[in-house]
Design a protein around this ligand. Structure first.
Ligand code: NAD
Ligand code: UDP
Length: 343
C-alpha cells in the first residue's frame, strides 16, 4: 500500500533530533480512537512529536476540542468526527483503541451507550485492523478485576466483577472487548495488544468527570469541602499520564508475541484519605474533608503487579504521586481557574 507523502516546507525541521529524511523510513500512519480525550490527546502528542502521521477518531462524547486545539495546524495530524459504534474505513499502519468514557460519572450517564462503545467499537476496530492487517492496541482497564480478592492484581487473575451493577456496563464491556481481541487473534491471526490500565491522572483531565484526583484538586483550589466517599480506606494506585503513554507505546512496539493483557500502572498504593490529605497540603488549601456514601460496587483496593511490564517492555513508572500532583494542580490552577490567585 503506497504511503501518502505530506512533505511541506517545514518538514526539514529536526524533530527530537532526527531529520525528516530518516524519519520518513520509520514513519507510520497511526489511528488513535478517543484521541480528543485525556489519555488519547497525550498519546497523540507523543506520536506526533516522533514524526508519525496521526488520525484522531472521536465523537466528543467526553473529549474536547480544547484537548486537540494545539495539533490542528500540524502537517501530520488529522481529525475525523466519528462514532466508533459505526463501521469505518480508513488506512493506517497501527490502531490504538481508546474510545470509551472512563470516569464512573461519564460511563454511568448512558450505560447502554457505554457497552455499545466498548463492544461494537471493539468489533469495528478489529474488523478494520483485520482488513488492514495491522497492529491494534486495546485500552483495557484494571476494572477487569472488579473488586479484587487477589492483591496486588496479576494478569492471570480472572477478576470479581458484578455483571448487573451500575459499573457493569464499563467492566463487562471492557471484558467482552478483551475477549474479542483474543478471538480475532485466534481466528484471524490478528496482531493484538491489550493494556490493562490502572487509575491514571494528569493534565487535561476533564474538570467535570468526577474522578477522584480532578475532584479533590478542584475542590482544594476552590476551598470547597473535599468529598471522600466511604471512610476513605479504599485504595488506588495512581499513574501519571506521561508514564502511562510511554507504556502504551512500548507495548505497541513490543515483539510480535507480546500480546498482553499486561498491567500498566503505578504500584505505589494510597488510601483515598491519604490522597485527600496530600492534595490539601500541596494546594495549601483550607478545605475540610467531608464523608459521603460509598458508591455501589466501589472496589476496596487496587494495585497493579507490573512484573510483566518490567520484564517484557522494560517499563516502569518514573513520576511519583507528589510530583504528578504538583503538575496537575498547576494545570487546573492555570487553565480551569483563570481568576485564581493563591493567598
Ligand atoms: P476520556 O473520557 O477522557 O476519553 C475517552 C475519549 O473517547 C473521549 O475523547 C470521548 O469523546 C471518546 N469517545 C467516547 N465514546 C466514543 C465513541 N462512541 N466514538 C468515538 N469516540 C468516543 O477517558 P480517558 O481517561 O482518556 O480514557 C481513555 C481510554 O483509556 C478509555 O478506553 C478508558 O477506558 C481507558 N482507561 C483509562 C483509565 C484512566 O485512569 N484514565 C484507566 C483505565 C482505562
Ligand atoms: N472518590 C472519592 N471522592 C470523589 C471521587 C471519587 O472518594 O470525589 C473515590 C471513589 O469512591 C473511589 C476512588 O475515589 O473509591 C477512585 O474513584 P475514581 O472515580 O477516580 O476511579 P475508579 O473508582 O474507577 O477507580
Amino acid at each position: 500500500r503506497p504511503r501518502i507523502t505530506l512533505l511541506k516546507s517545514d518538514d526539514s525541521r529536526l524533530i527530537e533530533g532526527i531529520t525528516m529524511a530518516r524519519l520518513y523510513d520509520s514513519r507510520k500512519r497511526i489511528i488513535v480512537t478517543g484521541g480528543a480525550g485525556f489519555l488519547g490527546s497525550h498519546l497523540m502528542d507523543r506520536l506526533i512529536s516522533r514524526g508519525h502521521e496521526v488520525i484522531c477518531i472521536d465523537n466528543f462524547f467526553t473529549g474536547t476540542k480544547k484537548n486537540i486545539e494545539h495539533l490542528k495546524d500540524k502537517w501530520n495530524f488529522e481529525f475525523i468526527r466519528h462514532d466508533v459504534t459505526l463501521p469505518m474505513s480508513y488506512e493506517a499502519d497501527e490502531i490504538y483503541n481508546l474510545a470509551c468514557p472512563a470516569s464512573p460519572t461519564h460511563y454511568q450517564h448512558d450505560p447502554i451507550q457505554t457497552t455499545r462503545t466498548s463492544v461494537l467499537g471493539a468489533l469495528n476496530i478489529l474488523d478494520l485492523a483485520t482488513r488492514l492487517k495491522c497492529r491494534v492496541l486495546q485500552a483495557s482497564t484494571s476494572e477487569i478485576y472488579g473488586d479484587p480478592e487477589i492483591h496486588p492484581q496479576v494478569e492471570t487473575y480472572w477478576g470479581n466483577v458484578n455483571p448487573i451493577g451500575p459499573r457493569s456496563c464499563y467492566d463487562e464491556g471492557k471484558r467482552c472487548a478483551e475477549t474479542l481481541f483474543f478471538d480475532y487473534r485466534r481466528q484471524y491471526g490478528l496482531r493484538v495488544k491489550v493494556a490493562r490500565i490502572f487509575n491514571t491522572y494528569g493534565t487535561r483531565m476533564h474538570p467535570a468527570d468526577g474522578r477522584v484526583v480532578s475532584n479533590f484538586v478542584l475542590q482544594a483550589l476552590r476551598g470547597d469541602p473535599i468529598t471522600i466517599f466511604g471512610q476513605g480506606s479504599q485504595t488506588r494506585s495512581f499513574c501519571y499520564v506521561d508514564d502511562l503513554v510511554e507504556g502504551l507505546i512500548r507495548l505497541m512496539e513490543s515483539d510480535e508475541g507480546v500480546t498482553g493483557p499486561i498491567n500498566l500502572g503505578n504500584p505505589d498504593e494510597f488510601t483515598i484519605r491519604e490522597l485527600a490529605e496530600m492534595v490539601i497540603e500541596q494546594v495549601g488549601s483550607s478545605s475540610k474533608i467531608v464523608f459521603e456514601p460509598l458508591p455501589q460496587d466501589d472496589p476496596r483496593q487496587r494495585q497493579p503487579d507490573i512484573s510483566q511490564a518490567k520484564a517484557l517492555l522494560g517499563w516502569e513508572p518514573k513520576v511519583k504521586l507528589r510530583d504528578g500532583l504538583a503538575r496537575t494542580i498547576e494545570f487546573f490552577r492555570e487553565s480551569i481557574l483563570p481568576g485564581y490567585a493563591p493567598s
